[in-house]
Write a protein that binds this ligand. Structure first.
Ligand SMILES: Nc1ncnc2c1ncn2[C@@H]1O[C@H](COP(=O)(O)OP(=O)(O)OP(=O)(O)O)[C@@H](O)[C@H]1O
Length: 359
């Protein structure tokens, strides 16, 4: 049984549909990340789950309790009664309050017994590794520490669901990585369900059990990081997650899967290969190919001119103009450093692995 169920969730501002019939389940104790370009509707989705924005349509259930159901006219549960914690991109800590008071505030306004409050503050400060800083004013903390205070304040009410709206985006790279690890640890140790929003695809891949890729308010694909990377559903997902090369491809109509569940496609009208079978009627489409799956293969029939080679220490990244591809669509290839080809050289390439995309 899923913990959070979102069905046909829709938000319109006038004629502008910013979230369009989104349906997804988040399993108990899992971390789901919502990714997509700026303006695709990520924050709007999170704020509808939290109860700050009323949907135009659809339904949200948390642990078999209906939070909102527009079509059936069920009155909305107010944000403070949803048992959902939220941490925003801006730290939102009170600068002239110390760490203890910042974190204890949600319990204080609920008139919690002083001793219980103290024990709870100490508990969550340990969880976010801030013990010892209780008396420090929030404005005397680093960005990362302030973000931990915000996290502790969200955790103190023991939410069923924690919503994170790009809380790491203002932190430097090293701190961001550390915090990712800590959020993951909180998820595992506290058994909490988390929805994280980001436009950083590396963050999405490394932290999540599942990733929801959104474009223009529409859920394009919802799957594990590995599945998204290996079997992207369309060009948008293939390029957004792990920047795949996209090459024009064709296939014969009516193909059946072979004994290995593969089918035959022709890439750039020059190179025939097998890819995982997809039940599609289309004869013209695309092959998505990762840079590390393009190889040097003399006699392959797929010619390429080296346009750029970028030495990266452990490997060389080549940008190739491939016969049969648009001239401006350069293809990326990663090679060992002993494969040295100057700009302008003509090579022949092979493709070790690809997936077929209809669109
Ligand atoms: N109150 C509002 N009135 C009208 N349009 C709005 C309102 N709030 C958001 N929008 C529009 O809805 C769309 C989605 O916004 P949202 O903030 O959810 O995107 P996002 O994916 O979180 O973007 P970012 O990554 O930049 O934070 C945007 O086009 C935005 O301009």
């Amino acid at each position: 049984m899923a913990k959070l169920q979102i069905q046909n969730l829709t938000k319109k501002y006038g004629d502008n549909t910013v979230v369009n019939k989104m349906t997804l389940d988040v399993e108990n104790g899992q971390l789901t990340t919502i990714v997509g370009p700026s303006g695709c509707g990520k924050t709007t989705i999170l704020r509808m789950i939290a109860g700050f924005i009323t949907p135009t349509g659809g339904r949200i259930d948390l642990d078999e309790r209906t939070l909102v159901d527009i079509e059936n006219g069920i009155s909305e549960v107010t944000p403070e009664n949803r048992n959902i914690g939220m941490v925003f991109q801006s730290y939102a800590v009170w600068p002239h309050m110390n760490v203890f008071d910042n974190v204890g505030y949600p319990l204080k306004i609920r008139k919690t017994d002083k001793r219980v409050l103290e024990a709870e503050v100490n508990r969550v400060l340990r969880v976010v590794h801030l013990e010892g800083l209780e008396k420090r004013m929030a404005h005397e903390l680093s960005g990362g520490q302030q973000q931990r205070v915000a996290l502790a304040r969200a955790l103190i009410l023991k939410p069923k669901l924690l919503l994170l709206d790009e809380p790491l985006s203002n932190l430097d790279a090293a701190l961001r990585e550390e915090m990712r690890g800590e959020i993951k640890e909180i998820q595992m140790n506290q058994g909490i369900t988390i929805i994280n929003v980001t436009h950083d695809q590396i963050e999405a891949m490394t932290m999540s059990d599942k990733v929801a890729v959104i474009r223009d308010g529409i859920l394009e694909q919802y799957a594990s990081p590995k599945e998204l990377y290996e079997y992207p559903i369309n060009r948008f997902v293939a390029q957004f997650i792990g920047t795949a090369n996209i090459l024009p491809a064709t296939k014969e109509a009516g193909q059946e899967p072979d004994e290995n569940n593969m089918m035959t496609i022709r890439v750039c009208d020059r190179y025939t290969m097998k890819v995982p079978f997809k039940d599609s009627d289309q004869t013209e489409g695309y092959a998505a190919v990762r840079a590390q799956h393009i190889e040097d293969e003399a006699g392959s029939g797929l010619k390429a001119i080296v346009r750029r080679n970028l030495y990266q220490g452990s490997q060389i990244e080549y940008y190739l103009q491939v016969d049969g591809c648009e001239e401006e669509d350069l293809i990326r290839m990663l090679m060992e450093v002993d494969f040295e080809k100057p700009e302008g050289s003509v090579i022949e390439i092979g493709i070790e692995k690809a997936v077929w995309l209809d669109d």
